[in-house]
Design a protein around this ligand. Sequence first.
Ligand SMILES: NC(=O)c1ccc[n+]([C@@H]2O[C@H](COP(=O)([O-])OP(=O)(O)OC[C@H]3O[C@@H](n4cnc5c(N)ncnc54)[C@H](OP(=O)(O)O)[C@@H]3O)[C@@H](O)[C@H]2O)c1
Length: 337
Amino acid sequence: MTKPKSRKLIMTQYGEDFRACSAIVDANIGEPGYGEVLVRNVYAGVNGVYDLNMIRDAVSYISYTPPTDLGIEVVGRIEKLGPGVRDFKVGDAVATWKVGSGYRDYQVANVGRLYKVPSASPEILCIMPTGISGMVGVEQVGELGTGETVAVSAAAGGLGHIIVQVAKKAGNHVIGICGSDEKAEKLREIGCDRAINYRTEDVADVLKREYPNGINIAYDSVGGKIYDAFIDNLAVKGRLVISGYTSEVGKPWEQVTSPRLYQKLYFRSASVRGFINPHYEEHHPYAAERLIGLYLRGELTVFVDPNPFIGLEQVPDAVEHLLSGKNLGKVVVKLEK
Ligand SMILES: NC(=O)c1ccc[n+]([C@@H]2O[C@H](COP(=O)([O-])OP(=O)(O)OC[C@H]3O[C@@H](n4cnc5c(N)ncnc54)[C@H](OP(=O)(O)O)[C@@H]3O)[C@@H](O)[C@H]2O)c1
């Protein structure tokens, strides 16, 4: 029997342009060893910011040396079991996430990093691991409570639209910040009490005018002016979670001159907290179970970006689409044609 063809996307060199610094190459499908399975990747989730940062050697805690395999999360189907595998069978749908395992047709994965999922559908990628990150970040780092005001930037994005719903379900007033009226409308549909289109309204002005008691949790993955507006409008004991800085990616760091941060935080007992999901791995299984449960019961809306990207050839298009800010929800690439 002839083996199916397998390919993967690799980073070929450092640079500023994902497309120019990546290439598709043939890959061995691989034989699953003890405790491993062979997975046919069906859909890959796109993390445009991380993808570009790998190419730019700008992931501050790790350096990836070319050639390096690209892509992180996928949903797929198990095609073969290695010896010693008991809890999975051929045909099971699974989700996995690990740098280098995403933008490829097949992967061999240890069962320790497989999540059994109801189907290998793109909707699952809104939850695993993006939604998990959002839930853990806002709950553990933001100390999500109830009856508070929570503001979320890039609220209609892959991460943001899950945080909006987690915060709303916990009984909070939720402000969603986004870059178009269409996204603002979608945010109202999933429960945002106030949607702010930053292209037509000044975020700092709106927060100051409409929320004189301030914001209790500001969940930010955009940075720049939105981060500044959050800092200036934190409530007493307010918590700002730094979860990314999409607006600065691919540009030289903006140099800002202002009084030290303590001047803004001290008299409000407010704080700014960094969050990166690998540091909170112990919370992942619990968050995954809760989010999948909500989704299956129809209590969580997931936004899969409607632009179809098909095959490894279109990964650069998908990355560029996300980085353009035009996406609505999680950007995915269909790998199985
Ligand atoms: N901390 C963690 O563990 C963790 C985990 C996952 C992702 N992240 C970070 O969270 C952020 C969101 O990730 P994602 O994959 O879910 O992407 P995403 O939110 O689906 O897409 C990025 C969004 O950022 C918004 N944006 C605002 N200003 C922008 C600008 N100047 N240029 C481009 N986009 C801009 C755009 O929406 P609007 O224009 O509507 O605002 C765009 O849709 C990224 O920075 C990512 O690195 C962090």
